[in-house]
Design a protein around this ligand. Structure first.
Ligand SMILES: *Cc1c(COP(=O)(O)O)cnc(C)c1O
Length: 410
């Protein structure tokens, strides 16, 4: 907060956007290099999404989802079931953001075990470096000390593992106590864009099937095309028992989230009132009609503009630009890329060694990148680039160039 409040650090005030660009109060233009913290997909002020929200606003901004339905929510639930991976995910529960989508999945899984008499299955397997959100329950699943450390004693009972091998070496007794395995498929975001070994997701699905555990996939970051497919789990042909979606769900317009679940889970909550099988969970703005209208328009843009089909060329241009930059610039170390997501480690340009995080080099480089027309945030000394899917190959090259110049101290 001291840095933020210091007079020499002018907070940038963003006043407008257009496509992949944002404009500040002084009229400077920046490429939105992290998609407004991993949310925006088709650019700012997309005509179709803008119109869908305005149209919905002309009818109804919000009504409760407790005991009522609304049209955009009905349509969106049907659409999500249609585009979801596999055939198993047939039920949709709406919440507000990534953290609550995770809470919803975990509490459904926990109540499911209670309902079906599997009270021994209490533990969640979560991975080192994981990030699942900031509410206490979601944070307790996280594997980054800064986020979950202070709450380690609260939240879910967690078995924290580092690798698939560690999962596979759990004893059958331990395995029988596992409710669900939760992870960010293929790539961990907040850990610094860390890639999982190829094939691991499939192995985890198989482990879950062998041991009767649920698989909860957190596609809050990876969902909606970021990895080149609509959902990251499609790369390994895996369908989870719970799929958590947020950030890109509305194209980066409004806070809305969805937890998709299976018919089997849904069935455990069916009963007469006195059986008390109710899922006691919900938020005031669940199934908000404006958010659902934006999400429907977001999915329409994917179809009408052939967004997924446009990605391979952009991903290839991204890859080429990143590797050329790293070859030219010794301050850029390891690059990890999946689709339009990249993490670039900053290193000491002479020795190639990792930097001292206290120097805040990542933050300094990103601040300098503004002068080259790029906005993004580092994760400590890992630079991140995750442009909206609507960027052109030229804009991708500009973004990489901006980071490269900034990393060279220019
Ligand atoms: C951002 C994020 C969350 C939390 O989402 P919020 O909308 O910020 O609550 C959870 N999981 C992953 C993988 C995320 O990237």
């Amino acid at each position: 907060m001291r840095d933020w409040c210091a007079s020499e650090v002018d907070p940038l005030v963003i006043v407008s956007g257009e496509g992949p660009y944002l404009f500040d109060s002084e009229g400077n233009r920046y490429l939105d290099g992290n998609s407004s913290i991993w949310t925006n997909l088709h650019g700012h002020r997309h005509p179709l999404i803008d119109a869908a929200i305005r149209d919905q606003l002309g009818r109804l901004a919000h009504c409760s989802a407790l005991g009522f339905a609304n049209e955009p929510a009905i349509r969106l639930a049907a659409k999500l079931v249609e585009v979801a991976p596999g055939e198993m995910l047939t039920r949709v529960f709406f919440t507000d953001d990534g953290s609550t989508a995770i809470e919803c999945a975990c509490r459904m899984a926990a109540q499911y075990r209670e309902r079906v008499g599997e009270r021994g299955r209490r533990r969640f397997v979560a991975f080192d470096g994981a990030y699942h959100g900031d509410t206490v329950g979601a944070a307790s699943l996280g594997g980054i000390a800064a986020f979950h450390g202070p709450f380690a004693s609260a939240g879910y009972e967690v078995t924290r593992l580092a690798t698939i091998e560690a999962l596979e070496s759990l004893s059958s007794e331990e395995a029988a106590g596992i409710n669900a395995v939760i992870l960010e498929p293929l790539i961990q975001g907040a850990a610094g864009m860390r890639l999982w070994p190829a094939g691991m997701l499939r192995q985890i699905r198989e482990w879950c099937d062998r041991h009767g555990a649920f698989l909860i996939l957190d596609e809050v970051m990876t969902g909606f095309g970021r990895t080149g497919r609509l959902f990251a789990c499609e790369h390994e042909g895996v369908t989870p028992d719970f799929l958590c979606l947020a950030k890109g769900l509305t194209g980066g317009y409004l806070p809305l989230a969805a937890t998709l679940a299976t018919e089997r889970v849904f069935g455990a909550f069916l009963g007469r009132y006195e059986e008390q099988k109710t899922f006691f969970y919900g938020h005031s703005y669940c199934a908000n009609p404006l958010g659902c209208a934006a999400a429907l328009a977001n999915l329409r843009v994917f179809e009408e503009e052939g967004v997924l089909e446009s990605l391979p060329t952009k991903i290839a241009a991204f890859s080429e630009a990143l590797h050329e930059a790293a070859e030219r610039t010794p301050a850029l170390g390891e690059i990890r890329q999946l689709g339009l997501i990249a993490g670039i480690d900053l290193v000491d340009p002479t020795s190639g060694a990792a930097l001292d995080w206290r120097e805040e080099t990542g933050a300094k480089v990103c601040r300098r990148a503004r002068r080259h027309g790029l906005l993004t945030r580092p994760i400590r000394d890992t630079l991140t680039l995750m442009p909206p899917l609507c960027v052109t190959a030229d804009q991708i090259r500009e973004a990489v160039h901006a980071l490269e110049m900034a990393a060279r101290g220019e």
